[in-house]
Design a protein around this ligand. Structure first.
Ligand code: COA
Length: 430
């Protein structure tokens, strides 16, 4: 298989942008200056600051193998070496129902300079990435979005939701299991290796998780080069009764200058491989003296926490879309996961861009494995490609999609087949 960095730039998008006088090309991996220009353009595109040189250099040298950086250049711009648009994409393992994974094309860093907006550059980039994913044999593409209005037109749809929680800790008494291990303060450096092993250890637990390392992992524990917030982060590790690490949390505290007993604790990450570690870490956070509020970002929709405290309403919940999925190769994507009921389901898929369009017979065996083949039978149900993306990880019900008008036909059968017993969840932004 061609590697993601060896595949040439997409010819259709290159030719289309060339008609506007723009150059679409890969960033040269051997050229530090080319990389630096890309990182500066990406930061500017996300309305960020001019990055210090050492931060750019750290990002460049820390790039994980397989990262494919794409730039659009305008030879007529005042600085023709500064990209006017960017993407960074790579193959990631996406967890699917059944504790399995599928190669997914992770799309990130999509920016178009405000000087060049709304002339089709993002469309050219996204179309190119979808074709690149297909050429590389990734049956799905995935992304997390800054604006949820952009990506449905490219066939992406929310497949894993997430929640922000606010816990008013003075109202809370712990009623959950009594933890048997202990919490240790550790430095981010101490967490670097052991913590990543724990992340990898739970990756197959929830559909929607992707493999991640390098900058994305460093950022989660405050070690990303130039991260000005790093000094505010605290890391704790939970060891079980036998002394083995089973979880960690990364958080920060903010004082209320008018009242010292009203600190707010913001939880950036909590990973636990056992329910004992989960209880131990949450109890530690909720019972911290001088803290009246815990805010937790990017938590799973089926978080058990509210069932472990005595006041359900002490936890406020804000739910949002998080991981978006675009199915490209129906047989490869659908055979990668398992299903909740045996039987045969003929599914029609409407995809204006053609990738997933067709009628597909899904034959599920007694163990939940499936074979998927093109079919000329009448469809039991028909979905848009975006509805298929939402169904794929088993977290969105067919009934919801039918009500939204993106699924027609035998709703109960689709639901019985596709639903996952574990709610999809992705614990990072990328
Ligand atoms: C969002 C962004 C990438 C769009 O780039 P662009 O080159 O102006 O987009 P295009 O001209 O190719 O537009 C493609 C389509 O998306 C739509 N679109 C573009 N930006 C949009 C937005 N912010 N909200 C909703 N729709 C948008 C266009 O109307 C167009 O729709 P159509 O093809 O159905 O007519 C660019 O504005 C940007 O970089 N914004 C800041 C960074 C950002 O938000 N990136 C997204 C990261 S998830």
């Amino acid at each position: 298989m061609t590697s993601s960095t060896d595949l040439p730039i997409d010819e259709t998008s290159r030719a289309g942008l060339a008609e506007q006088g723009l150059t679409l090309r890969l960033v040269d991996p051997s050229d530090a200056g080319d990389h630096a220009a890309w990182f500066h353009a990406e930061s500017r595109g996300f309305l960020g600051p001019t990055l210090p040189d050492e931060q750019v250099e750290a990002r460049r040298t820390g790039l994980v193998d397989g990262r494919r950086l794409v730039a659009v250049l305008d030879p007529t711009a005042a600085d023709p070496t500064s990209p006017v648009a960017t993407t960074i994409c790579w193959p990631a393992d996406l967890t699917v129902p059944g504790r399995r994974s599928v190669p997914a094309w992770a799309v990130s860093g999509v920016t178009v300079a405000p000087t060049h907006r709304r002339r089709g550059i993002a469309r050219a980039l996204l179309d190119a990435e979808l074709r690149t994913a297909v050429a590389l044999g990734c049956p799905v593409a995935v992304l997390t979005v800054s604006e949820s209005t952009i990506y449905a037109r490219f066939g992406f749809a929310p497949a894993a939701l997430a929640r922000d929680l606010t816990v008013l800790t003075r109202r809370v008494r712990w009623t959950g299991p009594t933890p048997t291990g202990r919490v240790h303060f550790v430095s981010p450096e101490q967490l670097r290796e052991a913590g990543h092993a724990l992340v990898e250890g739970v990756r197959l637990e929830a559909p929607g998780q992707i493999s991640y390392e390098g900058h994305l992992w460093d950022r989660q524990i405050g070690l990303a080069a130039g991260d000005s917030n790093a000094k505010n982060l605290r890391c704790v590790r939970y060891d079980d009764a036998g002394g083995s690490p089973q979880g960690f949390a990364v958080y920060q505290l903010k004082e209320d200058p008018s009242d010292f007993v009203e600190h707010e604790l913001t939880l950036h990450a909590l990973v636990a491989t056992t329910t004992d570690a989960y209880a131990g870490l949450w109890r530690f956070l909720l019972e911290m003296d001088l803290v009246s509020k815990v805010s937790a970002h990017l938590r799973p929709v089926d978080e058990p926490l509210r069932w472990m405290i005595d006041d359900f309403r002490a936890v406020r919940v804000n739910e949002f879309d998080h991981l978006w999925v675009r199915v490209l190769d129906v047989p490869a994507a659908l055979t990668a996961r398992t299903y909740s009921a045996p039987g045969r389901l003929v599914l029609g898929v409407d995809d204006p861009d053609g990738f997933a369009a067709g009628t597909w017979a899904i034959e599920v065996d007694a163990r939940g494995g499936a074979t998927v083949q093109p079919s000329d039978e009448p469809a039991d149900a028909t979905v848009t490609v975006t509805a298929l993306g939402s169904l794929y990880l088993g977290g969105v019900s067919a009934g919801t999609l039918a009500a939204a008008g993106t699924l027609t036909g035998d709703v109960a059968r689709v639901d019985a087949t596709f639903r996952s017993t574990v709610a999809p969840y992705l614990s990072i932004w990328f």
